[in-house]
Design a protein around this ligand. Structure first.
Ligand code: SF4
Length: 306
């Protein structure tokens, strides 16, 4: 069953809660980010989706949001005016707008009264925007969609959703899905993990438009690389099977309250170490009703991106 598409802003929609308490509820849909959370660490997924524990904004993630907003807004200008100076001139205004939409990001520079660190950070955002012009030519692009919210329900009832940075549609009807990354391109052996998100979006678009996207394109502004992949139906069917298995594991964990920590080097970036048993902490009381776990069930130990 198809749900739909709509354009949204880049102001962090779909991010973990960044402030305030929100009532706990069982998960009702899956996005690429949250699917990635569960594959990385089921307990992290629980903290973000069930408990909705607040997380502090980071400079890197906030810069990513800012750069995405600039690249989106640049396409408001006529093609010939989409220049580097025009794009970098958007940075201060979009930062202002982001601070209004998400006041907590101002905390990042609360200890920077002279504004030196903020100026450096804004300069880094400008350099990422500049680098984009070495990878794509916005004067020759007319995106069909920008920051497109998509949602589709599979026959199983699983609801998939996400926000696609850019959708290009050629005169032939061929669809290209583009995602900007402000970090560096992964090493080739990790490319499959990076493509998981894109195949997720391709599956949703396929379900919504009945057309398999011709190309998936990841634009890495941090390293100046472009990673592309041309999916076929078998790829998307494989991703669908993977997501169904993932959703089943999430459903079981939700019902039993059995969310296992999976420590990796990524724990260094986790905001929830203070309440993680792997670091001597105790999770908050589980806020949902539970039933006894099934003996021998270990689906959480088998989750991976491929
Ligand atoms: S600290 Fe590591 S193991 Fe604990 S919840 Fe976070 S990611 Fe999972």
């Amino acid at each position: 069953m198809v749900l739909g598409m709509e354009t949204r802003t880049a102001d962090g929609t779909g991010s973990p809660a960044s402030s305030g308490a929100v009532a706990a509820a069982p998960p009702s849909s899956l996005s690429p980010s949250r699917a990635g959370d569960f594959m990385q660490c089921p307990l992290l997924y629980r903290f973000r989706v069930i408990d909705k524990l607040p997380e502090r904004p980071t400079e890197a993630a906030t810069r990513g949001t800012l750069v995405h907003a600039v690249l989106e807004r640049l396409f408001d200008a006529p093609a010939a005016e989409r220049t580097v100076p025009r794009a970098t001139a958007l940075v201060p205004g979009q930062w202002e707008r982001l601070r209004e939409a998400r006041p907590e990001v101002a905390e990042l520079f609360a200890d920077d009264p002279e504004g030196e660190r903020l100026a450096r950070w804004l300069g880094e955002a400008e350099r990422l925007v500049e680098r984009w012009f070495t990878l794509e030519d916005p004067t020759r692009l007319e995106p069909a969609e920008r920051e497109l919210f998509v949602e589709a329900e599979l026959e199983s009832g699983l609801r998939l959703r996400g926000i696609i940075d850019r959708v290009d549609v050629a005169s032939t009807g061929e669809v290209r899905i583009v995602d900007y990354k402000t970090g560096k391109a992964p090493r080739p052996e990790y490319a499959e993990g990076a493509l998981f998100q894109m195949k997720f979006y391709a599956l949703v678009v396929w379900r919504l438009r009945k057309v398999v996207p011709r190309r998936l394109q990841l634009v890495y502004l941090g390293s100046g690389d472009v990673l592309t992949y041309d999916p076929v139906v078998a790829d998307l069917e494989r991703v669908e099977r993977k997501l169904l298995a993932l959703w089943e594991a999430i459903r079981l964990a939700t019902e039993t309250g059995d969310w296992r920590p999976r420590p990796t080097k990524l724990c260094g970036w986790c905001d929830h170490r203070a309440v993680c048993p792997e670091f001597g902490g105790t999770p908050p009381p589980y806020p949902l009703p539970v039933r006894a776990p099934v003996a021998g069930g270990d689906a959480q130990g088998r989750m991976g991106r491929d």
